[in-house]
Design a protein around this ligand. Structure first.
Ligand code: PMP
Length: 407
């Protein structure tokens, strides 16, 4: 049985008190807290095994190299990739998407080609494509959402053409919480031989994601949203595609030979990991993956759904609160964006923080096109993860009820 109270005990931050009260952390969509296992692995690595990798012949360097490589193997297993050759460590989702934009798209797309995106993308899955579109004279097309905050799937069929070269979609909306049917969208992409990129920033930490099952060409996600340190993220890509792609950055560690005018690349995935990597953070990502796998991604998904359903139903029952995104729990993950009538979203977040130590996000959530589509300046957003318990939700509900009552 999944026991969030036991999980919570692994997170030292929850022992902290602010203004004498516990912290109600409901902002895991922005970044997750870290368990002691990850924190200790990070400091143990620095205390006992630290050295640069792939360079030294001495024991420490070999040990560090093995640990860093092992972390790639763990991530590969976690998403069911075909080995560590398909797993490139980057800084975060943003860098992973930019890697695809600059290494793949810049070299593969030509004038008149089309990229199909959706209106619910995070800026990190919009802006890189705008930059590429300008340089390559490529057209961007967007799929809209319906009144319930779900993608209009039939629009993919209408907007896909023989010119579509890439479909890039978030698996889960960081604003609406909508879980998109990426298996179906991927099929549509491959029917016209388009490449398919999935932004997994909000799915990989929260549910089983199997790259074979969703048949994506690229999957981007961030370690810091899944218990690992900041500064480490992942680009998964099919081996054949990575083999064909030029490197993103040139420098040390990504070559097998360098002459004055030409170089040969290192084997995968190192061809894409130029310079000294975030070695310790990479090792700690492997430990975070161990932690998540021990809990079981299906258990995590089921638990988050349970706590979200409880929060959603109770939030909807408060007069004066509007919740965005699907009302059907099957279609959404543990992200609840809402507004309180006549109160600015930042004022809501301030009130919750000052009076209850509740940490929620407020603003446009790096999804301005979606905000404009919804006609909103911003929302308040509460989000749940493995360490949140019903009492957290109860305090959130009490705080919002008292705010509504006082307004
Ligand atoms: N995509 C989505 C859906 C996100 O929610 C986020 C982070 N909020 C990102 C991309 C960007 O992640 P990062 O800042 O770690 O690069």
């Amino acid at each position: 049985m999944f026991d969030p109270y036991r999980v919570r005990d692994d997170f030292p931050i929850f022992k902290r008190r602010i203004r004498g009260k516990p912290i109600i952390y409901l902002d895991s969509t922005a970044t997750s807290q870290k368990p002691i296992q990850v924190i200790e692995a990070l400091s143990k690595f620095y205390m006992e095994s630290y050295a640069n990798i792939h360079r030294g012949l001495y024991d420490l360097s070999q040990e560090a190299s093995e640990m860093y490589e092992e972390a790639h193997v763990k991530v590969a297993k976690f998403i069911n990739a075909d080995g560590m050759e398909e797993v490139v460590f980057v800084r975060n989702t943003t860098e992973a998407i930019n890697l695809v934009a600059y290494s793949w798209a810049l070299n593969s797309l030509k004038q008149g080609d089309e990229i199909l995106l959706t209106i619910m993308e995070h800026h990190s899955n919009i802006v890189p494509w705008q930059l590429i579109a300008k340089r390559k004279n490529v057209k961007l097309k967007y799929v809209d959402i319906d009144g319930d905050g779900r993608l209009k799937i039939q629009e993919f069929e209408e907007k896909i053409s023989s010119k579509t070269r890439l479909i890039t979609v978030t698996h889960v909306s960081n604003v609406l919480g909508t879980i998109n049917d990426i298996r179906r969208i991927g099929k549509l992409a491959h029917e016209v031989n388009a490449f398919f990129l999935v932004d997994g920033a909000q799915s990989v930490p929260h549910m089983p994601v199997n790259v074979k099952d969703i048949d994506c060409d690229f999957l981007a996600f961030s370690g810091h949203k899944m218990l690992a340190p900041t500064g480490i993220g992942v680009l998964y890509a099919k081996k054949d595609i990575l083999s064909e792609m030029d490197p993103f950055m040139g420098g040390g560690d990504m070559i097998s030979d360098v002459d004055l005018y030409e170089s040969k690349w290192a084997r995968l995935p190192w061809k894409f990991e130029a310079g000294t990597s975030s070695i310790a953070d990479g090792v700690a990502l492997g430990v975070a993956v161990d932690y998540l796998m021990k809990l079981g991604m299906e258990n995590i998904y089921q638990y988050e759904r349970e706590i979200t359903e409880y929060a959603l139903n109770n939030l909807l029952a408060i007069d004066g609160v509007e919740v965005y995104g699907p009302k059907d729990i099957e279609a959404r993950s543990g992200i609840l964006s809402f507004n309180v009538r006549n109160i600015n979203h930042h004022d809501v977040a301030n009130y919750l923080s000052e009076n209850y130590n509740i940490c929620i996000r407020s603003g446009h959530h790096c999804a301005l096109p979606l905000m404009k589509r919804l006609g909103l300046k911003g929302t308040a957003r509460a989000s749940f993860y493995i360490y949140n318990v019903r009492e957290d939700v109860d305090i959130l509900l009490e705080a919002i009820s008292s705010l509504v009552g006082s307004s």
